[in-house]
Design a protein around this ligand. Structure first.
Ligand code: HEC
Length: 115
């Protein structure tokens, strides 16, 4: 009985660890006790449309890393970031028809503020 329980626990722990490793970072809860809903929406977009190329935490994959000094220099303002996500560039697909303006703004804010 005890062995079986431990075995099931081990599976549960492994499943939880694996799913965390693949999820974009959570939006922290603010002073008012809730997470900014725009950033939460941005996280959903990132997980659904961006993470497969840019990595769950934006650390890079087939697409480049989405944070760090070079990135901040290239995108000093959020408008430039929204523009590249909307239009795409080389191997980076365009999202102007698959994401709404609100989603484009939300994912850009998520990248800047959370990743
Ligand atoms: C099919 C893979 C793929 C997907 C999906 C993808 N990207 Fe990219 N992304 C790339 C590649 C490759 C580049 C580099 C483009 C280039 O040659 O300049 C890039 C570049 C970028 C850049 C510019 C980075 C820089 O340093 O100049 C941003 C910002 C970006 N992607 C954001 C996103 C966001 C946000 C999403 C989801 C809405 C997304 N990407 C989805 C592959 C992808």
């Amino acid at each position: 009985m005890g062995v079986r329980r431990n075995f099931l626990m081990m599976i549960a722990v492994t499943v939880v660890a694996a799913s965390c490793a693949g999820s974009p970072p959570e939006v922290p809860v603010g002073a008012d006790g809730t997470a900014d809903p725009v950033l939460v929406a941005g996280r959903d977009v990132f997980g659904g449309s961006c993470k497969r190329c840019h990595g769950a935490s934006g650390g890079g994959g087939s697409g480049p890393r989405l944070h760090g000094n070079d990135f901040d220099l290239e995108f000093p303002n959020i408008g430039a970031l929204v523009e590249v996500i909307s239009s795409g560039r080389n191997q980076m697909p365009s999202f102007s028809s698959s994401l709404t303006e609100e989603q484009l703004d939300a994912v850009a804010r998520y990248i800047r503020e959370i990743l």
